[in-house]
Design a protein around this ligand. Structure first.
Ligand code: PCA
Length: 206
């Protein structure tokens, strides 16, 4: 049976909750249409360690698709990321105190990789559910972008049958959906299910 691996992140920056962890855990063990099984993994917000643990989960679950999730402040919609940049510039330290500034992730890597899941189709599918979504052209320069770039590099070098992409979710606290936000935690879960279903409907976008 095809397996979709969804990753989320632990809390960071002194917070006690991460939307992406909640969504990843909520979807673990569910099935999408067409008998796709979802497995999830929650990763540390630590450069290097996050990609190591994601690759270990890929070995354990042998997915055909990986959707990585993270949360981001100051966004109110679900945002599939188009591109991973070869750049680390951490505004704050990660959960192990690492804080690279203005440096490439891989000295000899390409400047960027595109997601190989269909970002526009995912946005349309989320919007069709009545939830807010838009394509983002920047996953930032912190651990989310580090993980996204690391997995896309792995795919290009070692595993081109795997397709992958990253989706940022708004930072939402349980029981505290801001009044001006259309999205709740359960809306985020529904939105990611809709996006994942669109991925399997469209196939790879390479
Ligand atoms: N968001 C951070 C890292 C972990 C997370 O959920 C980011 O956007 O890089």
């Amino acid at each position: 049976m095809p397996t979709l691996l969804i990753s989320g992140f632990e809390p960071f920056a002194g917070k006690t909750f991460n939307t992406s962890q909640h969504v990843a855990e909520a979807l673990d063990g569910q099935h999408l249409t067409r008998d796709v099984e979802i497995r999830s993994v929650v990763l540390p917000v630590v450069r290097g360690e996050a990609i190591t643990q994601l690759l270990a989960a890929c070995t354990a679950h042998n997915p055909d698709t990986v959707i990585m999730l993270g949360e981001v402040d100051n966004r109110t919609s679900i945002t599939p990321e188009r591109v991973a940049l070869n750049m680390e510039d951490f505004r704050i330290p990660d959960n192990h105190g690492n804080q690279p500034r203005d440096t490439p992730i891989h000295d000899h890597g390409p400047a960027a990789y595109f997601a190989t899941i269909p970002v526009t189709a995912m946005v349309e599918a989320i919007v069709d559910c009545g939830l807010p979504a838009e394509v983002s052209n920047s996953a930032g320069t912190f651990v989310c972008n580090h993980l996204f770039y690391g997995l896309m590099r792995h795919i290009h070098q070692d595993n081109d049958r795997l397709r992958a992409g990253f989706i940022h979710l708004p930072a939402i606290l349980p029981d505290e959906t801001p009044a001006d936000m259309e999205l709740s935690l359960s809306g985020c879960v529904d939105g990611i299910r809709a996006a994942a279903t669109a991925v399997y409907r469209h196939g790879s976008c390479r």
